[in-house]
Ligand binder design. Structure first.
Ligand code: ADP
Ligand code: MG
Length: 702
C-alpha cells in the first residue's frame, strides 16, 4: 500500500487514545474514564485496575516491556523512571503485570530534581500521579504515562500541575460568563494551543567538534559569518534532501504518537526550520511539544544531524522562538475569540477580547517573567524577536472598532450609527489580514492570539499557566460585576468601554523593533523588564502572589521555590558557559594561535636564512597582531576565571544571578571579542573547530 494511504492508520498507533480505550475497556469503565478526561472529574479507584490491565495488554502487544511515569520537573524537560512489567509468578517464571496502583502513583526520588527552597521541608520524598487527560503512549518499548509530580505534602514540583489547575480555573470563570449570555448548553471551556516550534539543524560531525554546542547548546565563540540571512534565500529556498528526509521521519514518528504535525518549512535564518502542529487542548499541546522537542533531537542523531533548540545558537542570525497560539473553545465547538454574526455573539466576543486586553495590561510583568531564561535574553529585544516590552496587536480594523466603541463615535463616516455592544453587529473586518504585525509580542490573528515571546527551548506549560490565570482573573472580575444586573447590554457596553479606556495603552499596532517604541512605551507606563534577573522578580511581587493564591494555581511557597529555581538556573547556565569558554581558550584557541604564530615566525626566519633581502613585512605584522590579540585574550580569560572563583557570599539567589549578569556576562563578551577577532586572522586549517559559517552553510550538503 502507498505510504500516504497508511498515514491515517499509523496516526496515534502508539497512543492509548480514545479509539483503543473504547475497543478495549468495558463500557462503564470507558464512560467513567471519558468523564474524567473531558470534565476533569476525579477517577474512581476501582476502575484503575481495569484500565491498567487493558493498557498493559495493549502495550505488550505493541512490544513494550517497561512502563514509566513521564513527568515534567522544573528542569523544563521531561523525566522518566523505568520499571518493567515483570512480576514473579511464584513458580520460577514471570507474569507481565501492571496494577491500578502502579498506574495511578509512582515514587521517583525527588531529591534529584530542582525544588528551590522546598528541599528542607519535603525531605526529598515525592510522588507522581497519573494525568488521565493526557493519553499514555509508547516510546522505545516503554509505556509512558503522563503524570504530575509533587512532594508528599502535596506541593507541586512540576510544570504540569499548575497548568492543569489554571485550565480548570479558566473553565470555571469562562462558564460564569457564558451563563450570563444565556448559554446553558456548554459544560466545559478549554483553552486551545498550537505551538510553532523553531529549530536549527546542523551536521553532527561538525557539532561534535564544538565543546560549546555540546555543553551549552549554543556557540560561545564565532566570528559573524560573511553571509547571514540578509539575502532571505533560506526561507523561500527548497528544502535540502537530507533535511527533507529528516522531516519525513520526524513527521512519521510524531504521527505514531498522535501529534498533529502539520507544517514543516524553512525559517528565516540559515539552517533554521519550523514545525507547526494543528492546535489542540493546552495540556495535550504542551505534552506534545515536549515529545516533539525530544524526538527532534533523537531523529536528528539517526540522520547524522544535530538539532539545536537553544534560543540563540548563533550570534548574528535570528534565534529560535516558539510561537504560542492561544484561544478558548467550548465543548460544543465554539471558538470564543471568533467574531460572530449576531449582536449577541459579538458582545460575547468583545467581552472575551476585553478580558484578554485587561489581563495582558495588568500582568505584563508576569507574561514577561513566564518566558525569562538566560537563553531567551539573547533573543528578546534583539530586533529579530519581540522586544522585552509586552504590548498587544489587534490590527487596524479591530482597533478602529474598539476606538469607536470607547469614544461613542460612529465607526466610519458611511456608518453614522454608534456601535452599542450587545445591540449591534460588528462591521466586517478581514479575518486574516495579510499585514499581520510580525514584530508584536502578542498579536490577535483573526480568532486566536499569538504569543511570540517564548523561546524555542522553553516548556510551554509556564506561559500557558500564566495566560490562563490572568485571563481567568479578568473573567472573574467581569462575572462579579455582571452577574445579577438588570440590563446586560448596557452593563456590557459600559464595562467594555471602561476596560478600553483603562487599558488601551497596551494596544500597539506599530513596529515593535523601532527605537522610538521603547520611549513611547515608557511614556505609556508599560514595563520594560530587560533581562531574566529583572523579570523574575515579578513572580514574587505581592500583587502576583495574591493572584495565584486567589485562583489556587500556586501557593506562596510554590511560587517562591519556583522563583529560586529559575534564578539558580540562570546563574548555573552562565557559570557553565563561562567555564566552557575558559576551557576552550586554554585547551583549543590559545594552543592553536600559538602554533600558528610560531609557523609564521618560522616562515620569516626561513626567508631571512634564504636571503636577507626578502621582505618579512607580512609575517612580522601578522605575528605581532596575533601575539598582541592572544595576549589580550589570555588576560581577559584570566579575569573571567578569577570572577568565577570570587563569587558573592550570599544566600539570596538574586544576588548571585545579578553578579553573573553584571560581572560575568560582560567578561564573557570581552573574551569572545578577542577570540572572534583571532578567528578572522588565523588560517582556517589551524582553527581548532568549525566556524559558524561552516556550521550554517556547509554542514548539510545535497
Ligand atoms: P501562521 O500564519 O502564524 O503560521 P496559522 O494560521 O497557520 O498561522 O496557525 C499557526 C498555529 O496556530 C497552528 O499551530 C494552528 O493550529 C494554531 N491555531 C489555529 N487556530 C487556533 C486556535 N483556535 N487555538 C489555538 N491555536 C490555533
Ligand atoms: Mg506564527
Amino acid at each position: 500500500m502507498q505510504y500516504a494511504n497508511r498515514v491515517p492508520e499509523l496516526f496515534g498507533s502508539m497512543v492509548f487514545g480514545d479509539r483503543v480505550m473504547r475497543e478495549r475497556l468495558p463500557r462503564e469503565v470507558y464512560r467513567a474514564l471519558r468523564r474524567t478526561i473531558d470534565n476533569g472529574k476525579s477517577l474512581d479507584k476501582s476502575i484503575a485496575d481495569v484500565v491498567a490491565n487493558a493498557m498493559k495488554d495493549w502495550a505488550t502487544e505493541k512490544g513494550a516491556t517497561h512502563f514509566t511515569h513521564w513527568f515534567q520537573p522544573m528542569t523544563g524537560i521531561t523525566a522518566e523512571k523505568h520499571d518493567s512489567f515483570i512480576s514473579p509468578d511464584g513458580n520460577g517464571g514471570i507474569l507481565m503485570d501492571f496494577s491500578g496502583k502502579e498506574l495511578i502513583k509512582g515514587e521517583p526520588d525527588a531529591s534529584s530534581f530542582p525544588s528551590g527552597g522546598l528541599r528542607a521541608t519535603f525531605e526529598a520524598r515525592g510522588y507522581t500521579a497519573w494525568d488521565p487527560s493526557s493519553y499514555a503512549f509508547i516510546k522505545e518499548n516503554t509505556l509512558c504515562i503522563p503524570t504530575v509530580f509533587c512532594s508528599y505534602t502535596g506541593v507541586s514540583l512540576d510544570k504540569k500541575a499548575p497548568l492543569l489547575r489554571s485550565m480548570e480555573e479558566i473553565n470555571r470563570q469562562a462558564l460564569r460568563i457564558l451563563r450570563l449570555f444565556g448559554d446553558t448548553e456548554t459544560t466545559h471551556v478549554s483553552t486551545t494551543v498550537g505551538l510553532e516550534q523553531e529549530y536549527f539543524l546542523i551536521d553532527r560531525a561538525q557539532y561534535r567538534k564544538r565543546e560549546d554546542l555540546i555543553l551549552c547548546g549554543r556557540t560561545l565563540f564565532g566570528a559573524k559569518p560573511p553571509k547571514g540571512q540578509e539575502m532571505d534565500d533560506h526561507y523561500f529556498g527548497s528544502i535540502k534532501p537530507r533535511v527533507a528526509a529528516y522531516m519525513a521521519e520526524l513527521d512519521e514518528e510524531l504521527w505514531r504518537l498522535g501529534v498533529y504535525a502539520k507544517t514543516e518549512h524553512n525559517e528565516v535564518a540559515p539552517a533554521q526550520h519550523e514545525l507547526a502542529p494543528v492546535f489542540t487542548t493546552t495540556n495535550l499541546a504542551c505534552d506534545h511539544n515536549q515529545i516533539t522537542m525530544a524526538l527532534m533531537k533523537r531523529v536528528a542523531e539517526r540522520h547524522g544531524l544535530a538539532c539545536l533548540l537553544h534560543e540563540k545558537p548563533f550570534a548574528g542570525v535570528n534565534g529560535g522562538g516558539k510561537h504560542n497560539n492561544w484561544s478558548l473553545s467550548t465543548n460544543t465547538g465554539v471558538n470564543l475569540l471568533e467574531p460572530g454574526d449576531s449582536p449577541r455573539q459579538n458582545a460575547r466576543f468583545l467581552l472575551f477580547l476585553a478580558a484578554v486586553i485587561q489581563a495582558v495590561d495588568d500582568y505584563q510583568d508576569l507574561l514577561r517573567a513566564s518566558v525569562a531564561s538566560a537563553g531567551n535574553d539573547h533573543r528578546l529585544g534583539a530586533n529579530e524577536a519581540p522586544p522585552a516590552i509586552v504590548s498587544m496587536f489587534l490590527g487596524d480594523e479591530l482597533t478602529a472598532v474598539l476606538e469607536a466603541i470607547e469614544k461613542e463615535t460612529p465607526y466610519s463616516p458611511r456608518d453614522a450609527e454608534i456601535i452599542k455592544v450587545g445591540v449591534h453587529i460588528l462591521p466586517r473586518f478581514p479575518q486574516d489580514s495579510t499585514d499581520r504585525n510580525r514584530t508584536s509580542p502578542f498579536a490577535f490573528t483573526g480568532n486566536k492570539f499569538e504569543f511570540r515571546m517564548p523561546g524555542s527551548a522553553l516548556s510551554a506549560a509556564g506561559p500557558n499557566t500564566v495566560l490562563n490565570t490572568i485571563i481567568a482573573e479578568s473573567l472573574s472580575q467581569f462575572a462579579d460585576r455582571l452577574e445579577g444586573v438588570a440590563d446586560l447590554n448596557s452593563a456590557l457596553d459600559g464595562l467594555i468601554r471602561e476596560v478600553l479606556k483603562r487599558h488601551k495603552r497596551i494596544l500597539f499596532n506599530g513596529n515593535n523593533y523601532a527605537k522610538e517604541w521603547v520611549q513611547e512605551a515608557e511614556g505609556r507606563g508599560l514595563s520594560n523588564l530587560k533581562d531574566t534577573v529583572e523579570a523574575l522578580s515579578a513572580l514574587i511581587a505581592p500583587k502576583n502572589i495574591d493572584l495565584f493564591i486567589r485562583h489556587r494555581i500556586f501557593t506562596e511557597e510554590e511560587l517562591r521555590s519556583r522563583y529560586e529555581i529559575l534564578m539558580e538556573t540562570y546563574s548555573k547556565t552562565l557559570h557553565i558557559e563561562a567555564l566552557t569558554m575558559v576551557d576552550m581558550v586554554n585547551k583549543q584557541i590559545l594552543p592553536a594561535v600559538i602554533r600558528y604564530t610560531d609557523s609564521i615566525v618560522q616562515a620569516a626566519l626561513h626567508k631571512q636564512v634564504l636571503s636577507g633581502s626578502l621582505s618579512t613585512e607580512t609575517e612580522t605584522a601578522l605575528a605581532e597582531r596575533l601575539s598582541s590579540l592572544s595576549g589580550c585574550l589570555y588576560r581577559r580569560k584570566n579575569r573571567l576565571e578569577s570572577a568565577l572563583v570570587h563569587l558573592p557570599d550570599s544566600d539570596d539567589p538574586q544576588v548571585l544571578a545579578s553578579y553573573y549578569k553584571d560581572e560575568v556576562l560582560p567578561l564573557m563578551q570581552a573574551v569572545r571579542e578577542s577570540a572572534d577577532e583571532l578567528e578572522t586572522i588565523t588560517a582556517r586549517e589551524e582553527w581548532p573547530y568549525p566556524c559558524c559559517s561552516d556550521l550554517l552553510f556547509c554542514g548539510i550538503s545535497g
